[in-house]
Design a protein around this ligand. Structure first.
Ligand code: ATR
Length: 288
């Protein structure tokens, strides 16, 4: 590990995350570890930005020549009003999680979906290819949207979106269906579907403190060899992932999406490959 630039000095370029609340964020630990490993003189902090202050905060990015920022709840949609350009990734997701300051021009990206796909490919079966796969998404909210479009671009055999509110599943499925075969169903229809290759929980069901909740019963559509994935990473092993393991399925943990969305953001900012292992180790250390 490089020991250069451990402390900020007069050449340090600032980065950060805007959110409200934001004090729980693991992004500063992850990004500062990455900058250190890469030998880049940059520092990353968490900024609690109230919704009424978002425009001023974006202007601060310009005025203080930040290299970029991440954006989290509740600013992911509202920030689109204040940027100079919205990349296709953010346009389709309908939300921005990464802003790049390119010589004073602020460009909004969304790395959640592509980060999810990278993590799925890197962290499950070696050589996994999605072309022949049937993929089930539980949930049809903002997180599902980003993941569904990123998966659709990998040309899977079929995507099924199952949501408590069936209408929302049908609506999202109609949009994603322009890219890859996609159906929208209600959670109560899950008993009727055949086995799927990959099942992904995109809802917050099972997140701490509600650790005994299950978004659906994976025994309905998963078995040995299926991949079962959760976007929730607090706790690291949710009840959904534990149930999957009992069925002999391969677990894919939510922490991976967090790491890889950060890796993709860092790559937009620096044009260099992100040190994913260092980033993961820093986050895991901070969770221990
Ligand atoms: P996010 O941006 O995190 O996806 P969201 O846009 O509010 O948040 O979407 C939350 C998703 O989780 C929705 O699909 C929601 O289902 P509804 O559309 O029916 O509201 C789903 N969800 C949240 N709590 C749930 C619960 N207790 N049981 C089932 N689904 C739930």
């Amino acid at each position: 590990m490089s020991t250069e630039h451990v402390l900020p000095d007069s050449n340090t370029v600032m980065y950060g995350v805007f959110g409200d609340p934001v004090r729980h964020s693991k992004s500063p630990v992850m990004m500062n570890a990455a900058f250190r490993e890469m030998g880049i003189n940059a520092a990353y902090a968490a900024f609690q930005v109230a919704p009424a202050q978002l425009a001023a905060a974006v202007n601060a990015v310009r005025a203080l020549k930040f290299g970029g920022v991440n954006v989290t709840i509740p600013h992911k949609v509202a920030i689109m009003n204040y940027l100079d350009e919205i990349d296709d990734s953010a346009q389709t997701a309908g939300a921005v999680n990464t802003v790049v300051n390119r010589d004073g021009r602020l460009i909004g990206f969304n790395t959640d979906g592509i980060g999810y796909v990278r993590s799925l490919l890197a962290e499950t079966n070696a050589g996994l290819e999605l072309h022949s796969k049937t993929i089930l998404l539980i949930g049809a909210g903002g997180a599902a949207r980003g993941v569904a479009f990123a998966l659709a671009h990998e040309r899977p055999k079929r995507i099924i979106i199952a949501n408590r509110t069936r209408e929302k599943a049908a609506q999202l499925a109609a949009e994603v269906g322009r890219i890859a075969p996609c159906d929208g169903i209600g959670l109560t229809d899950l008993a009727d579907i055949n086995r799927v290759d990959i099942a992904i929980n995109t809802t917050s069901v099972g997140m701490s403190p509600h650790v005994d909740d299950l978004p659906a019963d994976p025994a309905l559509f998963c078995g040995p060899g299926s991949i079962v994935s959760d976007l929730v990473y607090n706790p690291l092993e949710t009840k959904w992932l534990r149930a999957a393991k009992e069925l002999g399925a391969v677990q894919h943990f939510g922490l991976g999406m967090f790491i890889y969305q950060g890796a993709c953001a860092l790559e937009h900012w620096t044009g260099r490959q992100a040190p994913v292992d260092t980033m993961r180790a820093a986050v895991v250390r901070s969770l221990a």
